[in-house]
Design a protein around this ligand. Structure first.
Ligand code: 5GP
Length: 123
């Protein structure tokens, strides 16, 4: 796994160098709207700590950070009303998943029918 890049876009959002449309904040987590939404509801929840992806976070984050992050994801879904119709959580981790921003983020998608989970190979 590559070392954490402190200049990635979400690190810059956390430092206040780049604006975001904040939805929710907790001691160890921040949630904001995705800049290029793929659904009527599309928000991102990130830990405030320097974790590259879910694998890095689950291996290294403290129990307090992990509990905070899990709760922040559920709280964020309720803040944006995604719980009403149901939602999808997705976190791209590494190369196979096409992760673009190397700071752990959980996508919350909602507000419409989201279709099947993944395309089958070759589709
Ligand atoms: P990934 O492919 O890494 O799972 O998703 C990265 C997500 O970050 C994309 O959905 C993209 O639209 C979003 N994103 C990239 N740059 C910014 C930004 O500067 N601000 C916000 N709010 N979202 C961003």
């Amino acid at each position: 796994m590559p070392a954490y890049d402190p200049n990635n876009i979400f690190a810059r959002i956390l430092r206040g160098e780049i604006p975001c449309k904040k939805v929710h904040e907790s001691a160890h987590s921040l949630a904001f709207h995705d800049i290029n939404p793929l659904a009527p509801i599309h928000v991102l929840v990130i830990p405030k700590g320097p974790y590259v992806d879910f694998d890095d976070f689950s291996a290294k984050a403290s129990a307090e950070e992990q509990a905070d992050y899990l709760k922040a994801i559920g709280d964020t879904a309720r803040v944006v009303g995604a719980d009403a119709g149901g939602y999808r959580l997705l976190s791209n981790c590494g190369v196979n998943a096409n992760q673009e921003v190397p700071h752990l983020h959980m996508h919350i998608f909602g507000g419409r029918m989201l279709g099947r989970m993944l395309k089958r190979e070759g589709e």
